[in-house]
Design a protein around this ligand. Sequence first.
Ligand code: SAH
Length: 391
Amino acid sequence: MTCSPASDAPETDSSAVGPPRGLSPSRYDPDRAGLDALVAEVGETTGTALPTYRVDQLWQGLYRDLIGPEDVSTLPKALRGPLADLLPPALTEDTRSVGDGGDTVKWLWRLADGSLIETVLMHYKDRSTVCVSTQAGCAMACGFCATGQMGFDRHLSTGEIVEQVVRAQVEAGNRRVSNVVFMGMGEPLANYDRTWAAVQRLHGDLGLSARHLTISTVGVVPGIRRMATEGLPVNLAVSLHAADDDLRDELVPLNRRYPLAELADACQAHVTATGRRLSFEWALIDNVNDRPEDAARLADYARPLGAHVNLIPLNPTPGWPTRGSSPARVREFADEVNARGGNATIRRTRGTEIDAACGQLRAERANADSVNAEGSVPVAAPRRRGNGSSR
Ligand code: SAH
């Protein structure tokens, strides 16, 4: 698999709406106006103009009852088939893994063109959170990230993003999925318009509070600045991992284009415009970014922005065999950041035994497939300590 350098990141496409080229719309792609047009089309082909309330029924099925056209019992049977054909589901379950005594569910979904993406549902005492992907693969080329190691396949459509939340809510049953983190595969702000359309759909049509939506980015500065102008105050998380440009250039290659000073300005613009607290993600890598001077730089960078820092030991991946920091070092590092006026906490990990860290399930699947193709028996993956996309 190839890793595209960050400078080739397909940002030019980030302001495109509608499904990516060659992909037909799925059931959560059209907005309300799009659905009006689609139902009118079906009316024409069946020779009877359909009243508006038919669209209302379909819309309620999709967004209130979370069912497909084939199951909307208020629609005449003769309509359900054609509508279901026009609006197929985007996600087919390839693998589902359950961990943490049922509290973590991770899916590997197959998309219409065969691409594979991951979604993780996490139940906590007080809430349920779903972690969604925004791209198949990723072009940002962060070496330590399993998805970064795969390279970029394509952007996800709005419907493919929204349906991940819907399917997680269906799985969760009467536990409400109240929080969505855009921390799965891909860089959300490199697929800006489709991601933002998904944010609006989740907020406006599925009724999720903007305060419970979090977009995580490697630091796509123009995207952060756009978010600041949107008028919908969602949370911003930035995957920082280093607070000096030399080290960050290495760990997060996009830093070469948008260095730390520019990133801080954009973050400040977001904080000022939305009033939301900023958070930084920091994966602690043994002897790389967990030294006392790293803690000092991080505290100095985060303090003026009022940012909260989430610390997590790096989860080793096949393409980056460096170790995560020891639990003792993680605690010391948190203390060092906090002693300098930073605000750091250690993130609880989730889904470790089911490889619920960004891109891992798909990477395991690719390994198993290639081993199978050679006719050998797949071996169990070693147990890993990990981050589990938890929140
Ligand atoms: N592209 C976005 C969102 C996806 S990654 C972003 O970078 O923010 C979600 C989070 O998982 C990021 O903070 C990322 O840095 C982190 N991550 C990726 N690989 C990891 C690993 N091997 N160990 C720990 N955290 C990792």
